[in-house]
Design a protein around this ligand. Structure first.
Ligand code: FAD
Length: 521
């Protein structure tokens, strides 16, 4: 039998529905043009708290900016029609593509605008997937949707015995997200960052036009978008060159008690041919040998490392990799010995592991799962990432590592330091790097409890002030600047080009407002 409601219950239900509808209308009418509801994409736009709350947070957990709506596109046309619509409004609203939201300071947020959840292209099975083209003469490549995760690119390309050559340490990031910054890791010294390893892209500009670009066609857009912080367009496809994939890797770490020997050996190793990967890190009480980034050392190796740490306060560790396969398996050991000749690591303190390519490239994920299980992944991350010119790396060591970090003793998390080579980068692209042939990538990858991230942020400020006072011309990587002046300093002589390209490709300043370059928030 059908349930009957009394008059007061009907009345309450009607009031509830009126309230619900008017609160939705208010959200639209308040900040987004009402006509947006007449587009077909309206059914894929959500204004509910579930959707907007998720899009108002990121991995950094340091800022929160709520969008008016979130678009879950089911096709590239959905994104096109959203950008076109905003562009044609008398007062356009802002739009941010969100990959995995693994930014640190709200870069993928759009306060009162629309966040485009790129990963929904994958869930809906639409958009560009991962399509591999094999060509032994002109070179193989993969056409990859901007929303794809690098882990999926790895797995799909390996099915063809191929793989990209330039990676990030962590693979659960989107192609569009890392290409908007640079994409750096231990392969950068050899192959350049990920932005140096792109043939072609499809991009939706801030004018709502879908444009294919490469070094030869629409090259201004191509150069603008790579390392362009999402300012010029939304990447919907990138063509990534592929090489035959090795099967296994020899993975070696060697320890030093002296920074200058450590950095000289790093510079020597990137100057000779032979290694496939090189990074380096600091081991301190607060940054133990094994952490979420890499659980390399076995329990039996710990006591030796611990006693060395007690003696020195800091130990420096070089981490290198050489790829090999069936054909080279019997020579790889000797080749490594040859490459290591003349290195000055502490006698006996060299450790080797032998793993598959996938276990090596995906090494951070197990650390993530471990922390997630303990509730320690989804916490604030006041990271500081810098590029430091080689000529001042020793001053950086004494002023920052030995002084600020060791003395204040509050850094928690991996501390990375490794060199890169400027000529592997394309200066015509948007990414800004130091003006020296060799510069170091520094990653201070702090985590904190929900309410105690501020001292770490203050420490970051102290480090930046130290560099400024000492005249160390650093560039921030994954910057979190808040003023236009800071951005102008960051780009230096490239600022004018960056600004001109913005006027050309996103004149109404619609895209990626969370970077705070052209939009003050
Ligand atoms: P999001 O945070 O979603 O977006 C970042 C920016 O890119 C935003 O401005 C957004 O609007 C824009 N954007 C997103 N998608 C697109 C698109 N399709 N087209 C145009 N613009 C777009 N970086 C390294 O270089 N090397 C590393 O080894 C490395 N390791 C990391 C490890 C961890 C655990 C984390 C959390 C981050 C790491 N990063 C590293 C940083 C990372 O590369 C950047 O934060 C990257 O932006 C994250 O990708 P995402 O997909 O989450 O992008």
């Amino acid at each position: 039998m059908a349930k009957t409601y009394s008059i007061p219950t009907y009345f309450i239900l009607i009031i509830f529905l009126i309230n619900l509808i008017s609160s939705l209308l208010l959200t639209w009418a308040d900040v987004l043009p009402y006509q947006l509801q007449t587009l077909t994409i309206a059914t894929r736009l959500r204004v509910d708290l579930d959707a907007t709350a998720k899009a108002s947070r990121d991995f950094g957990k340091l800022v929160q900016q709520t969008p008016a709506a979130v678009l879950y596109p089911s096709s590239i046309e959905d994104i096109l029609s959203l950008v076109k619509f905003s562009y044609n409004q008398p007062s356009p609203f802002t739009i941010a593509a969100r990959g995995r939201g693994h930014s640190l300071g709200g870069q993928a947020m759009a306060p009162n605008g629309v966040v485009v959840d790129m990963t929904s292209l994958k869930n809906s099975g639409a958009g560009i997937g991962i399509k591999v083209t094999k060509n032994h003469v002109s070179g193989s490549y993969a056409d990859v949707g901007g929303h794809q995760l690098w882990i999926d690119v790895l797995q799909a390309t390996l099915e063809h015995g191929l793989a990209p050559v330039s990676w990030t340490d962590y693979l659960y990031l989107t192609v569009g997200g890392t290409l908007s910054n640079a994409g750096v890791s231990g392969q950068t010294f050899r192959h350049g960052p990920q932005i140096s390893n792109v043939h072609e892209m499809d991009v939706i500009t801030g004018k709502g036009e879908l444009v294919t670009c490469s070094k030869a066609t629409n090259s201004d857009l191509f150069h603008a978008v790579l390392g362009g912080f999402g300012q010029f367009g939304i990447i919907t496809r990138a063509r990534i060159p592929l090489e035959p994939a090795p099967k296994r890797v020899k993975w070696v770490r060697m320890l030093y008690d002296d920074f200058s020997t450590f950095s000289q050996d790093q510079e020597h190793l990137i100057s000779i041919n032979g290694l496939d990967y090189l990074e380096g890190s600091l081991i301190t009480k607060q940054s133990p040998p094994n952490n979420w980034r890499s659980s390399f050392f076995s329990k039996s190796q710990y006591p030796r490392i611990s006693s060395l740490l007690t003696k020195n306060g800091i130990i420096y560790s070089i981490e290198v990799v050489k790829y090999y396969d069936d054909l080279t398996s019997h020579t790889v050991g000797e080749e490594l010995q040859e490459l290591f000749k003349g290195l000055r690591f502490l006698p006996g303190l060299v450790f080797t592991k032998d793993v598959t390519l996938v276990d090596f490239l995906d090494r951070v994920h197990s650390g993530e799962l471990h922390l997630q299980a303990k509730g320690l992944w989804d916490v604030p991350h006041p990271w500081l990432n810098l590029f430091v010119p080689k000529s001042r790396i020793s001053d950086f060591n004494s002023g920052v590592f030995r002084d600020i970090i060791l003395k204040t003793n509050q850094t928690v998390g991996p501390l990375l330091v490794y060199p890169m080579i400027r000529n592997k980068w394309d200066n015509g692209m948007s990414a800004a790097i130091p003006d020296e042939d060799i510069f170091y990538s520094i990653g201070l990858l702090h985590s904190s409890g929900a309410d105690d991230w501020e001292p770490l942020e203050n420490q970051n400020k102290e480090i930046l002030q130290f560099c400024d006072k000492a005249g160390i011309k650093i560039k921030q990587y994954l910057p979190r600047y808040t003023t236009k002046e800071d951005w102008m300093n960051h780009f230096g002589p490239k600022w004018k080009i960056f600004e001109d390209r913005k006027a050309q490709f996103d004149p109404k300043m619609i895209l990626s407002p969370g970077q705070r370059i052209f939009n003050s928030i």
